[in-house]
Every structure is written in C-alpha cells, then in structure tokens.
Design a protein. Structure first.
Length: 281
C-alpha cells in the first residue's frame, strides 16, 4: 500500500506529520545547507524551516513551504527540535540519490514531541524502510534581525551571474569584498589572492540584474570560508537576492525551483569581516 494511502492514525497523535511523493525534493534543499552536522527544525502551519549555524557568524535557513508536501499538519503553533542533519540526509537517500526513470522515493515523516524521535517511512518500488532518528533539545540561535525595513541595498541577480563570478575570481583570497552603490561601479565583487587583486563589475542595466535598489555606497568584506557553504545553494538556484543592512550584515537568498516547478528558498546570513574593518580604521 502506498504511504500516502496508509491510515493516518499514527499521524493524528503526532505534533508534526507530513508526506511527500518524492523525498528528493526535501533532500536536495537540505543538502544546500549541510555544512554542519546538526540543524534546528521549526515547523509551523506555513511549512518547515531548517537552520544551520557555524562559528556564531554565519547562518543558513532552508524554507520548505507546506504546499511542497502532499500532506503537512502541525498540531501546535510551532514545533521545534534539533537533529543530526547528516543522519537525516543519509536516511532520505537510503534508496540511493539517483532513482530509475519513472520511480521516486515516497516519504512520510512524523514527530510526536519533546524527547521523541523523528520517524521516517520511506517507500520505493514496494519496499518500505522505517528510520528512527533521535532528536535533541534545540539550542539558542543567532538573531540577525534582518527585516526588510533595515535593508540598505538590495540586488536581485540571475544565479548564473554569481556562479560565473565565483569561477573567475581568485578563491585563494581570504575575503570577498562586495561593493554596492547607486553610482559606478554599482555592483563590484573583489578578491585579493595570491595572483593579486581581481575585480568583477556589473552595470545596473546588466542583463543578469533583475532588480537594483541601492540607496548608499557600501563596501564590506566577508570571509570566503564563511561564504563557501552557500555555493551549494547557488548551484541549485535560478535567482539570488543580495541584501545588506547598515552594519554590513549580508543576506543571500537563493530561489530554488525543483523538478516539478515548485519553489523553495535557502537564505544565508553572514557577518562582515571585523578584522578587516578594524585594520582599515
């Protein structure tokens, strides 16, 4: 019996229950934020948010809207738990990462509350595997307080433009410098590596730029080691929104469209490089 057709008696006792016809839709998004072993999951009626942090200065959030799932039910206003993301991804791809044409792995998952495991029921080709993943108490997460009213500069770019930039710039550099300005150079990416300085400029009327809203000139540097994990999301995305606030905090929001045409978002927040800022004073 397909998972979607099985009785939902167990789901009724769960704080969170969800089903998905193709588990790959979930695993590909989660892989885009998989740069640490552990993640914190937040479920509300709107969907699932999975947050990963490192070094208290970079945070990634994967947003999977409730509409992506065939069924999605949360019995409380919000449900939160911490989980080993590496183990979760291993379970979601237990049948392999590349299914045969015309086949997919169906998923039903449930969580019954504090101290309970996350239960996964995966089915492919009539074979059902049950996975039970221990959950942990969530830790306090960074609050970047990145609301739209605090955004100083914002550019929406086709992802291929940023992919080309990362391929051309010198990644032996410790930092990536981002300049956003209402005047020339408008949008500039710079590196300072073993081969010297490299700059890549985008005019505001570039075919790659879909929206350009810059209110003041800002130049900030970010450690490339902190930005590198976001390239996983960049590889999957079709558009990226680049935003900065008055303190130079950076938001990279990637729009990712799955093979069924559904849209999810992955957002990275990154602190500016304070060492560089102090050195320039």
């Amino acid at each position: 019996m397909p998972l979607s057709a099985q009785p939902a008696a167990a789901a009724e006792a769960s704080l969170l229950s969800a089903s998905l016809d193709n588990a790959r839709h979930l695993s590909s998004i989660l892989r885009a934020v998989h740069f640490q072993d552990h993640a914190t999951c937040f479920a509300t009626a709107n969907g699932l948010r999975v947050t990963v942090e490192a070094a208290k200065c970079v945070q990634a959030n994967a947003f999977i809207q409730a509409e992506i799932f065939q069924e999605f039910a949360v019995q409380e206003e919000s449900v939160t738990f911490r989980i080993n993301l590496s183990v979760l991804l291993d379970c979601l791809t237990i049948f392999g990462t590349s299914s045969l044409p015309g086949t997919s792995t169906a998923l039903r998952m449930s969580y019954s509350g504090y101290g309970c495991p996350l239960m996964l029921f995966l089915e492919e080709g009539g074979v059902v595997t049950v996975c039970k993943i221990n959950t942990e108490e969530p830790e306090e997460l960074l609050d970047f307080d990145f609301c739209s009213t605090k955004v100083v500069n914002k550019i929406i770019l086709q992802s291929e433009g940023l992919r080309e930039a990362f391929a051309e710039l010198d990644m032996t550099s410790e930092v990536l410098q981002i300049t956003m300005s209402p005047d020339k150079p408008y949008f500039r990416l710079s590196t300072f590596g073993n081969a010297g300085s490299a700059h890549l400029d985008y005019p505001r009327d570039s075919d790659l730029i879909e929206a350009f809203h810059c209110n003041q000139t800002q130049t900030n540097r970010y450690k490339i080691s902190l930005l590198k994990p976001s390239t996983k999301a960049l590889a999957l995305s079709c558009k990226v929104s680049i935003r900065t606030d008055a303190q130079g905090f950076l938001s990279l929001q990637y729009m990712i469209r799955n093979e069924d045409g559904q849209v999810c978002f992955v957002e990275y927040y990154c602190c500016p490089n304070e060492d560089t800022a102090e050195a320039e004073l």
